[in-house]
Design a protein around this ligand. Structure first.
Ligand code: MLT
Ligand code: MN
Length: 305
């Protein structure tokens, strides 16, 4: 048995090209330049047996992502899906809007922390996922949760990372949303003799949770921005990465430096924002990433671990 992983999408909210961006990565992607391929919004699909799949996050691009992934197509008429469920790492639009693409009545499990399920429960449009068919399961923190029979399904362990409430629930007086630890989580997926870590959004890398990545077959880590003030510098937003709940790739507190000591089979950056120069092959920023043994995720990237 192995653990199969497919990167459904590798970009942050907005994707590449983002509809309103004429930034370099978006411009190149629109022009069909192979240095910056188009990217949909972040999510993974994982499977132990190759027949039953679980989605990690459900991006607004899910419909296209499923169309592009033969293993996730229906296998028999009239209707069927190999997808057994969805596990969420937060409540951001780019993590949950794709749930609305799964409203055609297949039985699914939807797992998320209590904090994220509370948001979904309070947002009536998600009731389009009939609760008789799509059970909502609370994902406890720090507890290994089997997704099904271990011969056909992996387990997941959610762990809190520094983050914030989704932008659509921000209170202007307290935009980071206090300290509720359930709003941003990383996932350890274990099955088929392999372990994969998926942390697409975290405001800081702390030893407490980062030590869990040690020994993983592959890790997928927040690569939203190259540097904290990148969006300000480009004049597209006043927000820093930290304010958005995202660590940067570079710098002394960045992902590359802080995870240098982590021993993992593959180290992959994911959820790259369209402002990030590392999106573009051949940039000095991309070269710095590959020089220290990291990779940049791309749509359709597959691993058998
Ligand atoms: C994020 O990753 O910070 C969010 O997806 C931003 C957003 O909701 O637009
Ligand atoms: Mn996001």
């Amino acid at each position: 048995m192995t653990l199969q992983v497919r990167v459904l999408g590798s970009a942050a909210g907005g994707g590449v090209p983002q509809w309103n961006s004429l930034g370099e990565a978006c411009r190149l992607a629109r022009a069909g330049d192979p240095r910056s391929p188009p990217r949909t919004q972040t999510g993974l699909a994982v499977s132990v047996d190759g027949h039953s799949w679980w989605l990690l996050d459900a991006s607004p691009d899910l419909r296209q992502q499923l169309a592009d992934a033969p293993a996730l197509h229906p296998q028999r008429p009239p209707r069927h899906t190999p997808i057994r469920g969805v596990v969420l790492t937060g409540g951001d639009v780019d993590k949950v809007a794709g749930l609305l693409c799964l409203r055609e009545g297949e039985p699914l499990s939807l797992l998320a922390t209590r904090a994220v399920l509370d948001l979904l429960d309070a947002t009536p449009i998600f009731e389009v996922l009939d609760r008789d068919r799509v059970e909502r399961r609370t994902l406890p923190l720090d507890e290994r949760t089997p997704l099904g029979d271990p011969s056909t399904a992996p387990s997941v362990t959610a762990f809190a990372v520094p983050g914030k409430v989704p932008r659509w629930r921000e209170d202007p007086r307290d935009p980071l949303g206090g300290a509720d630890p359930g709003h941003a989580v990383g996932l350890l997926v274990e099955g088929g003799g392999a372990r994969v870590a998926y942390v697409p959004g975290c405001a800081a890398i702390e030893d407490g949770w980062a030590s869990r990545l040690d020994g993983a077959s592959a890790i997928f880590v927040d690569g939203t921005l190259w540097k904290d003030d990148e969006m300000r510098e480009l004049g597209v937003s006043a927000k820093t990465g930290r304010r958005m709940g995202h660590v940067s790739i570079s710098g002394a507190d960045g992902a590359l430096a802080r995870l240098r000591g982590v021993d993992a089979g593959r180290k992959v950056l994911i959820h790259l924002n369209n402002t990030n120069p590392a999106l573009i092959a051949g940039t000095p920023e991309r070269d710095q990433i590959t020089a220290v043994g990291w990779e940049v995720a791309f749509d359709g990237m597959e691993m058998t671990l």
